[in-house]
Design a protein around this ligand. Structure first.
Ligand SMILES: [Zn+2]
Length: 451
């Protein structure tokens, strides 16, 4: 093993101190400076490629043994630099941008916004590469490091980085970004931590239900005003969803494989044989498990009259549809229109987002070369964990890379307890120092193991 050329713990403490919320130019400059200080070889030896329109994106190219003539497709390692705001900073045990090293339930930890999402993972990647550079290691194929600067606010810099790769004719062998983790307490009744690798992610689509007409003075209201019609439509959609008629409950392949791997027999085998029945059971079991198997609808923003004594001419309700792989924007819009027909509202698509394609994964029958490598690294560094593919509920920057690579995986090689997972975008986000070291070991194994 490589010695401690670089201390990921100290590097992360420094990185957390740069308050890289959306648009904070000075903070991104400070973060780049701290990373270049912590990882001098990475920034001196890898080629930095500019990303047009995204000055704070980092795109670094590491030439591999098979790379010069371009015969071996590269690996892309991703982790974003931006963070969401810390919310009520007084509610944190340690201040969110101080980079404090202090104990937690998981052991001595770095505390602060971004320690898990996603500066910890970024530092892990950079520390692994730095240590390998120090010993003169050359990867078997090219490696690109791509670090977006606006993942939490749309991810345009990742899209721009993909455009740069496309122009250079780069078609990655595999892409690895945040998403799954070595998750403790992930499923009731399953004791082993689950090392879940996202092989697809749901699409996020924004719809609007709009009711127009019959506004006026609140002293002479007409029946069936815009708000009443909207209410009818919302209730109709929620009822339809409760009856599980809104969308197929055929389990996605990744969820079926997850259940096969983690459920005790004969439940796992049953899930594989009767996916529709198991899908319906999971829908009934609660909101989290329902989201694992199907498209969901959430009612979000609303707008009506600005005055309590005026009936609006137009009112709307925002609907955020999270679309499961196998489903589509077109099919969801059609189902929504069918359910609200007769309610007197229009259905508008504000922002469509299709689910990502599903990357290949190993099953009981077949191995995928790249997925199997991820599993081997996990078996080596986290021998107590069960690896599995799964469907990512949230959106990641990596979805942009599905345009240039068929293997896009979402996995952070860090242990995360249930409490740690809840702290992402919440309070008291922290990562254990020992886990950072394990993350570096995992990434090192991956880079050494590249075919
Ligand atoms: Zn993130």
């Amino acid at each position: 093993m490589s010695g401690a050329v670089v201390d990921p713990v100290h590097a992360l403490q420094e990185a957390v101190r740069a308050r890289t919320t959306a648009g904070e130019r000075a903070a991104f400059a400070a973060l780049h400076e701290s990373l270049a200080t912590s990882f001098p070889r990475v920034f001196a030896q890898l080629e930095r490629v500019a990303v047009p329109g995204a000055p704070w994106a980092l795109l670094l190219h590491w030439s591999g043994a098979g790379g010069a003539a371009g015969q071996a497709a590269p690996l892309v390692l991703m982790a974003h630099q931006d963070v969401v705001p810390a919310g009520a900073e007084g509610a944190w045990t340690h201040p969110p941008f101080a980079g404090v090293l202090a104990p937690s339930a998981e052991g001595e930890s770095v505390w602060g916004r971004g320690t898990l999402d996603d500066k910890g993972p970024l530092v892990v990647v950079l520390a692994a590469v730095e240590a390998l550079l120090a010993e003169g290691f050359v990867p078997a194929r090219d490696v690109w490091l791509s670090s977006g600067s606006d993942e939490e606010t749309g991810g345009a810099s990742a899209v721009a980085a993909v455009e740069v790769l496309r122009e250079r004719g780069v078609r990655p062998w595999a892409v690895l970004d945040e998403g799954g983790a070595v998750a403790g307490g992930a499923l009731p009744g399953v004791r082993a931590p689950l090392a879940v690798v996202g092989v697809t992610e749901k699409g996020s689509t924004v719809l609007r239900l709009v009711a127009r007409g019959r506004g006026g003075h609140a002293s002479t209201p007409a029946r069936g005003g815009p708000v009443a019609r909207l209410a009818r439509a919302v209730v109709a959609l929620e009822r339809a969803e409760r009856r599980a008629v809104l969308g197929p409950v055929e389990l996605p392949a990744a969820t079926r494989e997850l259940l096969r791997r983690v459920l005790p027999q004969p439940l796992g085998a049953l899930a594989a044989r009767f996916p529709v029945a198991v899908g319906r059971l999971l829908v009934l079991a609660g909101p989290e498990s329902a989201a694992m198997v199907r498209t969901t609808l959430a009612f979000t923003a609303m707008r009506g009259s600005d005055a309590v004594n005026a009936v609006p001419d137009e009112a709307w309700v925002g609907v955020n549809a999270r679309i499961m792989s196998g489903d589509s924007v077109g099919a969801v819009v059609e189902r929504v229109r069918r359910v609200v027909a007769g309610c007197g509202v229009d259905v508008e698509v504000v922002e469509p987002g299709e689910p990502s394609p599903t990357s290949p994964f190993s099953t009981g029958q077949d191995d995928d070369e790249a997925f199997a490598l991820l599993e081997r690294c996990t078996a080596e560094v986290y021998p107590d964990a069960v690896s599995s593919p799964y469907v990512v509920m949230a959106a990641t920057d990596s979805r942009a890379f599905t345009a240039v690579s068929e293997r896009v995986y979402r996995f952070t090689p860090l242990r995360m307890s249930r409490a740690q997972r809840a702290s992402i975008h919440g309070v008291d986000e922290h990562v254990a120092a020992a886990d950072l070291h394990d993350g570096v070991a995992w990434t090192t194994a991956l880079l050494r193991g590249l075919p």
